[in-house]
Write a protein that binds this ligand. Structure first.
Ligand SMILES: Cc1ncc(COP(=O)(O)O)c(C=O)c1O
Length: 463
């Protein structure tokens, strides 16, 4: 049988992903295989070059070519998504059980383009130059700052230059650096109530004068802010999808907040953690895009669009603050890993990020619909959800009662990593329900099966 380079490539890839060839195994020399298969050397050379580019093989010079000893097989992560859970390989199911289900804010881990990422990772590693092996630039890898600025200008309606983009390790890195640079000890900081649980924990540790502002169906209550905390220096908000209630800050309130900030020389920190995910309308313009007086500090993350373990986020600094941030970062920051920044740069600038987001919007919308329908099917009207336009989690409000902590406790015992909504409140006016992610629910049957797990205990509690 005559082989072309593609046949050779496919045969190797299959044998590697099926575990027939193991990491570290030696593969025949080009000349030997070409003679064996009766093809031109060039044919084998091309197949090996692609396999090497994709990270399946590594060439070790005189020691020959081997299956990449560091290979973690993407094939398992790329397992078919639309099969019933029962048909997934056992080890993957066991991994998923251990990680837990319904955890809010985790992107669909079965749908990330791992092979593309691996390819870019290989290229980035091979192209590392001496100067890139020194300490990373504290403000971020210049090409990544540029790629993020382009993305934000095109997709999120911002108008910023690359010099205003600062690369961080995510939420806590961003917030700490903002406060280190711009806040003094006595500054009052306001946060939403309910508000991002981890954010509250962090702020309680580092901000002596922390206050909260209630959130209703139009987002943060800006009248309350003006009445009670007019003198605040910072307001930390999640305007696209409030965390956790998933409502959008109304336009009049956005304007009120911007006016307040510009009249009082206050700063608004816009936490745009999942603003990319809107399903029924175009992506919303960010608060920052309406900011005529440069009072909004915009924070983004790749935890929701790529994966949380990437630990990569960014801040868009108001132009007037770039020098202050640079001085501060020089002292308190040490930059982010260059290799990761290079891979991410290629992922953004070669268009893979846009394509991935587009795919994920459609997938998440479908998975969200399954979750909402399955909730109704399993629990009838014990829970209800409120209309909102996207995000990465839903809140299943309790139709009556206040035992969301007990319910969450039972659900967690079944590996369902939901949060009790009431735990995210600090003041009065609590609402009760479960905050749950749906992005990793792979089928409608899986949604039903997961929700059935704690059904009896939940019904007993609510009786
Ligand atoms: C409200 C909110 N902000 C920001 C983040 C992002 O955090 P990080 O970038 O550290 O992953 C999250 C993640 O869950 C979040 O829920």
């Amino acid at each position: 049988m005559k082989s072309g380079y593609h046949d050779i490539y496919t045969r190797y890839r299959e044998n590697i992903t099926r575990g027939v060839l193991k990491p570290g195994d030696k593969v025949p020399a080009i000349r030997v295989l070409a003679e064996e298969l009766k093809v031109a050397r060039k044919t084998v050379e091309t197949a090996y070059a692609i396999l090497t580019g994709e990270g399946y093989l590594v060439s070790q010079g005189a020691r020959g070519t081997r299956v990449n000893p560091d290979l973690t097989l993407p094939a398992r992560l790329d397992a078919p998504t639309e099969h019933a859970t029962g048909s997934l390989p056992e080890s993957l199911m066991a991994q998923r059980e251990r990680a837990g289900f319904l955890r809010p804010g985790i992107p669909a881990l079965d749908s990330f383009p791992y092979k593309k990422w691996l390819l870019l990772a290989g290229q980035a590693t091979r192209s590392m130059r001496q100067e890139e092996m020194l300490n990373p630039p504290v403000m971020g890898w210049p090409a990544l700052r540029q790629a993020i600025a382009s993305y934000l200008n095109i997709s999120r309606g911002l108008s910023c230059r690359a010099e205003q983009v600062l690369i961080t390790s995510g939420y806590s890195g961003s917030l700490r650096l903002i406060l280190d640079t711009l806040a003094s000890r006595n500054d009052k900081v306001v946060f939403e109530d309910p508000g991002y649980f981890m954010g509250q924990q962090l702020l309680k540790r580092i901000v002596p004068r922390l206050h909260t502002v209630p959130v209703d169906r139009m987002g943060m209550d800006t009248d309350y802010l003006l009445r009670h905390h007019h003198d605040a220096r910072f307001a930390i908000v999640t305007p696209s999808h409030q965390s956790p209630l998933a409502v959008t800050l109304s336009l009049p309130r956005k304007q009120q907040l911007l006016d307040w900030a510009s009249q009082n020389a206050a700063w608004i920190i816009e936490d745009d953690y999942d603003g990319e995910f809107h399903y029924t309308r175009k992506v919303l313009p960010s608060l920052k895009s309406l900011d005529r007086h440069d009072r909004v500090i915009f924070m983004g993350t790749f935890s929701k669009t790529i994966m949380p373990s990437l630990r990569m986020g960014y801040v868009v600094m108001p132009a007037s603050t770039v020098d202050a941030f640079t001085d501060c970062a020089d002292i308190v920051a040490s930059g982010q890993p260059v290799l990761t920044q290079k891979i991410l740069t290629a992922f953004l600038s070669e268009g893979h990020f846009f394509r991935h987001l587009k795919k994920m919007r459609a997938l998440y919308q479908m998975r969200r619909d399954w979750m909402i329908a399955a909730l109704r099917e399993v629990y009838g009207d014990l829970f209800f959800t409120e209309q909102n336009d996207g995000g990465m989690h839903i809140v299943a409000f309790l139709a009556k009662g206040s035992c969301d902590r007990e319910i969450a406790h039972y659900w967690q015992a079944h590996q369902l990593q939901v949060n009790a909504l009431s735990d995210w409140y600090r003041g009065s006016g609590k609402r009760y329900g479960l905050v749950m992610g749906y992005n990793n629910v792979r089928t409608w049957q899986e949604a039903l099966e997961l929700l059935q797990r704690p059904k009896q205990q939940t019904l007993d509690l609510m009786r």
